[in-house]
Design a protein around this ligand. Sequence first.
Ligand SMILES: Nc1nc2c(ncn2[C@@H]2O[C@H](COP(=O)(O)OP(=O)(O)O)[C@@H](O)[C@H]2O)c(=O)[nH]1
Ligand SMILES: [Mg+2]
Length: 207
Amino acid sequence: MSTYPLVKFMTSAAEPHQLAPDSGREVAFAGRSNSGKSSAINAITQRQGLARVSRTPGRTQLINFFELGPERRLVDLPGYGFAKVPEAVKARWLELMQHYFNVRESLVGLMLIVDSRRGLGAEDVAMLEWLLARGREAHVLLSKCDKLNRQDSIRVLRDTLESCADSAVTAQLFSAHSKLGFEEARHVMDGWLSMTGTSLRETGSAE
Ligand SMILES: Nc1nc2c(ncn2[C@@H]2O[C@H](COP(=O)(O)OP(=O)(O)O)[C@@H](O)[C@H]2O)c(=O)[nH]1
Ligand SMILES: [Mg+2]
């Protein structure tokens, strides 16, 4: 059964006026391209193929909205971190993201996906600063941790927590492949969306 049995694709926005209605609560997922964002969304919603896992990422600059239940959404933000992307595309990305973060009242928290082999980069830190400046919550998923040995996993988690020590940002190890950290990530998301206790799960049909 899916964690969010009612989850379904709602709409894509390429332009600021195309955002889904701004009511209820939503959690956004952001990260560098290829950081494992789509895989994390699929793992957390337990819906393979909900978000597309790509080998040639970065073609689209869309904000994708998924409905988790009534007035509850998951938002897949366009990835960043491409060296070869034309300046015009980067400018468009910035415009769309700035608009989203500036206007979005229903945004409660950001799941920032960071490849555990790279650790937090300058763009990730900038993203966190944007969020914190707007009074939102943020949680870092150190993705693909199945690729690291125990010692390196512990080190990257410690370094990330140290970098975030002055803020309320939290972090954890995560693997979409082994499902390590899945429960913890879902718990954070459910808390932000107020989906704990009498969960929306109970209102959906069994799957
Ligand atoms: N080993 C491993 N590979 C992963 C994991 N998550 C994603 N990947 C791989 O990383 C690549 C990029 O994943 P994707 O989810 O499309 O990243 P996105 O561009 O950030 O959405 C794909 O080849 C995935 O199979 C993981 O937990 N473990
Ligand atoms: Mg993706």
